[in-house]
Structures are given as C-alpha cells and as structure tokens.
Design a protein around this ligand. Structure first.
Ligand code: 8YV
Length: 331
C-alpha cells in the first residue's frame, strides 16, 4: 500500500514511544509529543483531514467537532469513562467511539483504597505537617483519624472497579453495602459479601462511602447537601469517578462544619482547577486524577485504545465499541 493512502490519525496528547511507533507502522500520524493542550478550535482544525483520533478524557467530542471532520471514522479514547464523548452525535455522524475498560480496574481500585485510607487516617495532611518541620513531640490526641478495619464500606457503583474495591475490603474485615443501577447476581453478592441497599440506607449506615459510578447528566450532584446530611458525622467520602457527581460547595460546607468526617478526592468538578476552599480544608486528601496512573496500566490502556482504532480503520468492529448503533462511514 502506498504511504499516501494510509489512514490519517491524530493523537491529541503525548503517548509513550512504543505507542507512537505502533501507530506509525500503520498510519500517517500527527502526534503531540510536546503534550500541548488543544482548545476546541485547535482540535477541530487538526481533525479536519483525519480518519481516526486517539483522544483522552480531556477532549470534548461533540456534534460541532464532528461536523468539521468529514473523514473521521473512529474516536478512540484512552479512558474507561466516556462522558466527554457525545455518543449520539458520534452515531449520527457515523463515527465509532471506543474506550478502554478492564485493563485499569485493579489499578484504579488500588487508588480508591489508597485515597480512602489517606482520608480516614489523614495521611497526606500529616505528612505535609511533618515536612513543614512542625513535629516537635508525640501526643495522645495527635492526628486522630477514623478506623477502616471492621468498618462499614458503602460502594456506589458496583461495576468492575466497585467489585475490585469490595474484594479488597474483605482483608480489612469490613461489612459491605452497595448501591447500583441494577442489583448483582446473588452468586456475585455472596462472593463479595456485599449487601444491596438503597442509596439512602447506604449513606446513613456506611462509615466509608466510595463513588465509582460513571458520570451522566442524570447523576450530576448525586451527592449534595441533602445526601451529606444523611451521612454519619464520622463518615469519609471518597470519589474516584468524576467530579460532577458531588456538589463541591456542599461538600466543603459539610467538611468545614464537621458534618462529615473526611473526604478523599481524585476528581473535581472543574479539573484541573480545584476549588480554593478544598485546598484550605484540613480533613481532605487530594490527588490529581491519578486513578489509573501506573506505567503498566497507562501503557495497557493506550495499547487497547490503539487496538480499537486499528480495528475500526480496518473496517472491523472494535473490541470496545461504545455505540454499536453506529453505521460506519464508507472507508
Ligand atoms: C484516565 C479515567 O486517565 O479512564 C478513565 O475514565 O478517568 C482515567 O483513567 C483519564 O480519563 C484520561 O483519559
């Protein structure tokens, strides 16, 4: 095949060298190894002549963008979440959309645990205090946190990552409640030792609440002032899903007033902007959206995204197609 007819692919962010090499074997690639941030107009301009795009959670894919990309056949995201992609618009435009589930499940569950424990035991705040040279002596009431072992864990969103978090909880002798769109099979509930309850019961009874559900406009601010008021004052809330699930002003107010024990956040409403009130609070552990951030997992995500892209550009059905109702554009 002559190089001039090879499909043209845009990579919107920097990738590892092996990924770039793999893509260059099959495609005419426009890369972004400087890792510049493209605004909507810059993205549209770069997509105008492309057949495929390898994108990330920060790239908004909507009808406007797709209108200006008449050759585009696939948008392959290096992420499991796909709230940044308008699937209806993709299907209407004949563009396949894909994501990268499974390969990040265990890594993201690890981070969920790390954050839950950091929030409960004030790990990040205590470390900052130590680094500031403020540790003069031991005290009986110093840096008192909340127990994780033998506590009640409430998981909202019992998909792959939620279940991986539940599995880890058994080693800490926790009781497990969960809430999900649909109830799991009895056999999986038994294996996990998890009990299905409504959201209100979970919020009232859990000592540690972890959010692991996909974001959609319907669950915007699903944790607001009313939900926080149901929780125990000693409860810890961890969010590794999407920032928009929590009303951050209500969360700040609850943490400030002592209405809520602590929070662990990896995701934010306006990330990478983090509300200044959150930065000021002592009872919150904050990480910069690193749920899937190990080299092995990020590499696996990018490889799976490339598998999806290659399949779509060969006219095949990609392994992780999000919009099976799409009717592909003629190659
Ligand atoms: C990604 C994530 O790193 O996969 C997801 O949905 O939130 C993270 O693992 C991020 O979205 C960048 O694409």
């Amino acid at each position: 095949m002559s190089t001039s007819v090879r499909p043209r692919v845009l990579i919107t962010r920097a990738v590892f060298p092996e990924h770039l090499e793999r893509l260059r074997e099959g495609f005419e690639v426009e890369s972004n190894q400087e890792d510049l941030s493209f605004d909507a107009a810059q993205l549209a301009q770069r997509l105008a002549d492309k057949d495929g795009a390898l994108v990330t959670g920060g790239d908004r894919i909507n009808a406007d963008l797709l209108r200006g990309a008449p050759h585009l056949k696939v948008v392959s995201s290096i992420s499991v979440g796909f709230n940044h992609i308008d699937l209806h618009a993709c299907s209407a435009a004949g563009v396949m959309a894909t994501n990268t589930p499974d390969v990040l499940t265990e890594t993201t569950a690890d981070l969920g645990w790390a954050l839950m424990m950091a929030a409960a035991r004030q790990v990040t705040q205590a470390e900052r205090w130590l680094r500031e040279g403020r540790w003069q002596r031991w005290a009986l009431d110093q840096w008192l946190g909340f127990d994780v072992h033998h506590a009640c864990l409430g998981i909202i969103g019992m998909g792959r990552i939620g279940q991986a978090i539940a599995r880890r909880a058994r080693g800490f002798s926790m009781s497990i409640l969960y809430h999900n769109r649909s109830r799991l099979d009895a056999a999986i509930e038994a294996e996990l030792g998890a009990r299905y309850v409504d959201k209100k019961t979970l919020l009232e009874q859990a000592d540690h609440v972890v959010l692991v559900l996909p974001y959609a406009p319907e669950n915007h601010h699903m944790i607001g002032a009313a939900e926080l008021a149901l929780m125990k004052p000693s409860a810890c809330l961890t969010n590794i899903a999407r920032g928009g699930l929590i009303d951050e002003s209500a969360l700040c107010a609850a943490l400030q007033s002592g209405r809520l024990g602590a929070a662990g956040l990896d995701v934010y409403e306006g990330e990478p902007h983090v509300a200044p009130e959150l930065l000021e609070l002592p009872n919150v552990a904050l990480t910069p959206h690193i749920g899937s951030a190990t080299r092995a997992t990020r590499a696996a995500m990018a490889h799976l995204a490339i598998d999806n892209l290659c399949a779509a550009l060969k006219g095949e059905i990609p392994p992780c197609l999000l919009n099976p109702d799409v009717r592909g554009r003629a190659a």
